[in-house]
Design a protein around this ligand. Sequence first.
Ligand code: GLU
Length: 504
Amino acid sequence: MADAVKPDVQAPVRVRIAPSPTGNLHVGTARTALFNYLFAKACGGKFILRIEDTDTERSLAQYTQNIYDSLRALGLSWDEGPDVGGEYAPYTQMERLAIYQQWADALLKADLAYYSYETEAELESAREAAKAAKTAYVYQAPSSERLAEMAADSSRTRSLRFRIPRTAPGETNQLVLQDIIRGPIEFDLDLIGDFVIMKSNGVPTYNFAVVVDDALMKISHVIRGEDHISNTPKQILLHQAFASLKLSPVAMPAFAHVGMILSADRSKLSKRHGATAVSEFIQQGYLPEAFCNFLSLLGWSAPDGQEVASLSHIASQFSLERIAHSPAIFDREKLNWLNKQYIRQLPLAELLERSKPYLKDFDLTQYDNARLEMILDAVREPITTLADLPEAVIYFFGEKVIYDAQLVGDVLMTAEATQVLQAALTSWATRLDFTNPDALAVELKAFIAEQAPLKTKAVMWPLRVALSGRTSGADLSKLLYILGKDRVMTRLETALTLVSASFA
Ligand code: GLU
């Protein structure tokens, strides 16, 4: 049995996130980035960003930008990367083609790789034949005569394949991956065909480039999604080949494969379930730090059991051993719950800044910052996301209140309510000081007491409904202060007109 080369556990911790810029930063990639970041922080190591853009048809600069922006929004800053540089630059694969070529040439020279010439159609028909025979498709290297024949055919292009070490017929050809999270995983190498490492256009394949880069960038631990388990034996073999040629400056990295993130129906998280990109969640009004906190709980749990925690606290608790190998369920309710906690705790000045993009349909200049902060403080308790804000603050803006017929009927259409509104309309303009919130609270209390024998609620409700169209929301004296004298008096008048029109 062939054993995997043991990773050097003494090596300084250097981990990486290596996204392909073929889409906006996906929730799954963000969670992988977070685990790498946390592990680096927990060990005093380095967190590296590498852009894997060898899929030239699907890679776009706008996605690279989205990856930068989303990671930064989540607070996951990197120590080395394309935009910040570092000792092992460049950190973008398409800028490293000459390096891959050099390493490919070394494999070729050592006969650990060879050129192959099959056309796509020939490969496809071999795959079809395997399917028809109900066997797993494994690339079969042609005989040396056939290879020479194909090489002589100038209509063919060549790609470089890695030669999988083979055992004598009848002998097992196994490789064991010692996964940090999942324990030993065995692979039968006879089920893996010699695979392409350099395409005919000089661009490396993922499995090749990733190993060259992980070796040169001295990556100590590869932490990634379990969807990459099947790639790992190929990568281990390449690491072993580079070690045998003394190309790698370091030993093989250790591998840790994290369980997938599934949707509530246990299927793979996909567009079908709504947002899958971090930037979409942020647009929907989730606070990046709440979202990051949520991601940390997808497949990991803190030993201290604290669920709402800052990134630095999570890092102080983090270890790979506590990562689950079973899939994590993307629980929207939990995300909502966490986001609520964060919205409630955010300092008001900060909440105001973060809220502005969601309130762009309102003319915020009509209030000073102190009043805007009071508005947010008054409405933030029940909201789930910042996108709920427009609906929550609407009654503070504009001259008109939107009255609900049912509420008007239930709360305003009584003799008592009319009496309260009338009393407020005649006395407030002169007796209430709308510029002093503390005095206003005291004066309002006195006004309510004077309405006895009416109970407090019987006084407050009609006033609330008249002023805001709702029975809940901001504290009444705050509502008066924020709206200001003119708006309050106009709204009282409008409500009274509404009531008397129906009584008439
Ligand atoms: N570019 C690969 C991906 O985005 C990286 C996988 C890995 O971490 O090795 O899935």
